[in-house]
Design a protein around this ligand. Structure first.
Ligand code: PMP
Length: 408
């Protein structure tokens, strides 16, 4: 049997541990600012109206069955996903140099990408993957599971609570040739801080000069600005610049399909006369990896997303739903900031409205986070990240007052 020194007890996943603690709390005014899932103004999960509609269409189909999908997933879903993430007029699509596989949401896409790179990227050479500091905690686990060496580039400035762009750029500049640079396409998790388009252009220029490999993680398209094309801009710009790159795409947040695990992995070959052949060969290897990992991806969420992505009327409804979610979050940013300022809370709070997407990196210390939980039953991750979706018109005053109290 396995001795404890062989299989030591692992710590509980911090985020899901937080969720359990929140659920067990019986205090009436408790507030969940932990998990990154959208909530409506009554703190309830929100099934997007367009998803309800697509779901009803699917369920009324007498021919709906539960057969296996192909290894690469639902073809109408993966091709619509390419258009969504690269832009429908992307040269990469018309030149047939994209290989796409449906995955177990964004996590599965990141994993498939990591596994593929470990196996095929620059054989015989060790290339590291660079993460922003900080990044989504799971990046570390996923890439270490496949034994890719990990290092970080500066990203967040604790002083300005904005982007440390000089630090980011100079670190990327000095990365060894061929390094893999993981980039959050938009709505950076956990900081809510994104480069501007001009800054992205500078990053692309340096990466091109240094022959670095972009790995885009896109879990919040449509959530940052409410505009899908705008949120996907960095990826389409890099493709335009002729990079060979990969993208992990999640539909968890923007469709509210969290538990259905709908996502996609894309490999884009650089423009070249043999680019279609490169993409075809890569697709064949990705299929082998996929087969050994999950055989084939789950069908239901992809069917829902596919219906919406391929139907102009449903697509327009989806865009409306995205605006509903992103604008409620923006309103809550404004409300929280102005309440903190009204209370004269020490410090500056402009970062709450400057940051975008689902999260705000408040700058609260771990001790303050613990005190908020103990005194006020407000739950957030210990790095001071707040899921803005947990704030609503009923609790924003309570949250502001609690923060005001603990920072004094
Ligand atoms: N990447 C980032 C940066 C994320 O924040 C998330 C969601 N927490 C994911 C990937 C993937 O999530 P999922 O597997 O639920 O799509």
């Amino acid at each position: 049997s396995f001795a404890a020194d062989v299989v030591p007890k692992a710590p509980e996943d911090p985020l899901f541990g937080l969720m359990t603690a929140y659920r067990a709390d019986t205090f009436e005014k408790k507030v969940d600012l932990g998990i990154g899932a959208y909530r409506d103004d009554n703190a309830k999960p929100w099934v997007l109206p367009v998803v309800k509609k697509a779901d009803a269409v699917l369920r009324s189909d007498p021919n709906l069955d539960h057969e296996y999908l192909p290894i690469a997933g639902l073809q109408q879903f993966t091709s619509a996903s390419q258009k969504l993430i690269l832009g429908k007029n992307s040269p990469a699509i018309s030149e047939k140099r994209v290989a796409s596989l449906q995955t177990i949401s964004g996590t599965g896409a990141v994993h498939l990408g990591a596994l593929f790179l470990k196996k095929f990227y620059r054989p015989g050479q060790t290339s590291s993957v660079y993460f922003s500091s900080p990044t989504w905690a799971n990046h570390n686990q996923i890439f270490s599971n496949v034994n890719l060496p990990i290092t970080t580039y500066p990203y967040f400035s604790a002083k300005t609570r904005g982007l440390d762009f000089d630090g980011m750029l100079s670190s990327i500049k000095s990365a060894p040739e061929g390094s893999i640079i993981l980039l959050h396409a938009c709505a950076h998790n956990p900081t809510g801080v994104d480069p501007t388009q001009d800054q992205w252009k500078q990053v692309a220029e340096v990466m091109k000069a240094r022959n670095l490999f972009p790995f885009f993680d896109c879990a919040y398209q449509g959530f940052a600005s409410g505009d899908l094309a705008r949120d996907g801009w960095a990826i389409s710009y890099f493709v335009e610049q002729g990079f060979e790159l990969v993208v992990a795409q999640s539909y968890a947040k923007n469709f509210g399909l969290y538990g259905e695990r709908a996502g996609c992995f894309h490999f884009v070959a650089a423009p070249a006369s043999d680019a279609t052949d490169v993409a075809t060969r890569v697709a064949s290897q990705l299929a082998i990896l996929q087969r050994s990992e999950i055989s084939n991806p789950p069908a239901y969420g992809a069917r829902i997303a596919s219906l919406v992505l391929n139907d102009p009327a449903l697509f327009a409804m989806w865009e409306e739903d995205l605006r509903t979610m992103s604008s409620r979050i923006i309103e809550m940013r404004k409300a929280l900031r102005s309440k903190l300022e009204e209370l004269g809370t020490p410090g500056t709070w402009n970062h709450i409205t400057d940051q975008i997407g689902m999260f705000s990196f408040t700058g609260l210390t771990e001790a303050q986070v613990q005190k908020l939980r103990a005194d006020s039953h407000i739950y957030m991750t210990k790095n001071g990240r707040v899921s803005m979706a947990g704030i609503n018109t009923n609790n924003v005053q309570y949250v502001a007052e609690a923060i005001n109290k603990i920072v004094r």
